[in-house]
Design a protein around this ligand. Structure first.
Ligand SMILES: Cc1ncc(COP(=O)(O)O)c(C=O)c1O
Length: 381
């Protein structure tokens, strides 16, 4: 492909820091670079406590352990999301209750949440799709009213806000991703942000295989042992070194991605709307972190045709999630409610190339090809 969907990139001292980590004699977890990354997030975004993990999936699994999900507990999530949002809780025996998406964007529709809450509900897991905030005020109000945990799936949400609050700082716990398709990358990688103090101590233990090894390394106990359940959730210093070099350049990365996002918007929005194609809808309370630029086509035929047309022009655009309530694994466990907005995004949403090295000239080329196709589609239908 001349223009791929995504391209990993180096922006600063990634390779130098990896070399430094090797030279320091420690490349297992929780060394200098992991600590630098933790400090970066705590100082720049005011998260109370953060812990790097090997993926967002791992951070979600840690969250499920921390809120002590038991067999039969119900967890409310959007159906339009990545499997990890569900799997992390299903692994603990939870039943997943799916909430439909908004009409104007794929985030969970907070107005539909209350009837889904029962005496078994343990948590709500809002996913900030494309880095655009969910209606956190309504979600937190319900959580308080029914005494529920909120775990933000902030996989795509680095550097994005709900009003003046950074995403990931609002729920009790939050999970971020640094997978190579995200704004800030480390190949695979993730982070748990802990906003509720009651979880600080246990999170450290769960992340270190259920041992109090971190306390031992800090000299707080004279030997360490098995004190709880847990797993190996901490990344190696090689991952953290790469990540720290990216974090040092976060402002530059974000500014470039926003230019790309705005160029797509300027090129496409008037014509797309005339032709009945939706673009990202950002509510007043949300900011844009330029994680993703997508179109919502009129129907699946239009989307399939557009994907083919872009491919014929050596451009890779890709659809996203398949509705989890209709998945092979979970459809028989779903309560049968129709989730029409979720299905529409599954059939019609198309993600366009967006990566640090994409030039504005390439964005213009992609936009022209899309508009030509949409025009022709309209004339022929
Ligand atoms: C909403 C959402 N949650 C969780 C994940 C899992 O992230 P990771 O690949 O870091 O485990 C993804 C992956 O893209 C995602 O889109």
């Amino acid at each position: 492909m001349k223009i791929p969907f995504n391209k990993p990139f180096l922006i600063g001292k990634e390779l130098q820091y990896i070399q430094e980590a090797v030279d320091s004699g420690k490349i297992s977890g929780d060394g200098i670079f992991t600590k630098k990354c933790h400090r970066f997030f705590e100082e720049n975004y005011g998260f109370r406590k953060v812990m790097l993990t090997t993926s967002c999936t791992d951070a979600l699994e840690m969250a499920a352990l921390l809120i002590d999900v038991q067999a039969g507990d119900e967890i409310i999530i959007p159906s339009y999301t990545f499997v990890s949002t569900a799997n992390a809780f299903v692994l603990r025996g939870a039943k997943i209750i799916f909430c439909d998406s908004n009409t104007l964007n794929p985030n969970m529709d907070a107005n539909q949440l209350e009837p889904l809450i029962t005496s078994r509900t343990k948590a709500i897991v809002p996913v900030h799709y494309a880095g655009i905030a969910c209606d956190m005020e309504s979600i937190m109000q319900l959580a308080t009213k029914y005494n529920l945990f909120v775990v933000e799936d902030a996989a795509q949400s680095i550097d994005s806000y709900y009003e003046n609050k950074i995403l990931g700082s609002i729920g009790h716990l939050s999970a971020f991703s640094f997978h190579e398709t995200k704004n800030i990358i480390s190949g695979e990688g993730g982070m748990l942000a802990i906003n509720d103090e009651q979880f600080f101590c246990r999170a450290e233990i769960i992340r270190e295989k259920g041992t109090n090894r971190s306390q031992y390394f800090r000299g707080e106990v004279d030997k360490y042992g098995w004190v709880d359940i847990g797993s190996s959730f901490l990344p190696s210093e090689l991952t953290s070194a790469f990540l720290y070099a990216q974090l040092e350049n976060l402002k530059i990365i974000q500014s470039k991605r926003l230019k790309i996002w705005n160029r797509y918007w300027d090129n496409l929005h008037e014509k797309a709307i005339q032709l009945g194609v939706l673009l990202p809808s950002i509510p007043k309370y949300a900011s844009c972190n330029a994680h993703m630029f997508y179109l919502v086509c009129k129907d699946i035929e239009q989307r399939t045709g557009l994907i083919e047309h872009l491919k014929a022009n050596n451009i890779l655009a890709v659809f996203h999630y398949q509705s989890l309530h209709k998945s092979t694994f979970y459809s028989s466990k779903h309560d049968g409610r129709e989730l029409p907005n979720c299905d529409r995004y599954s059939d019609c949403l198309l993600r366009l190339p967006l990566y640090y090295d994409l030039s504005l000239n390439e964005v213009d080329q992609i936009s022209d090809i899309i508009l030509n196709y949409l025009d022709k589609y309209e004339r022929l239908s």
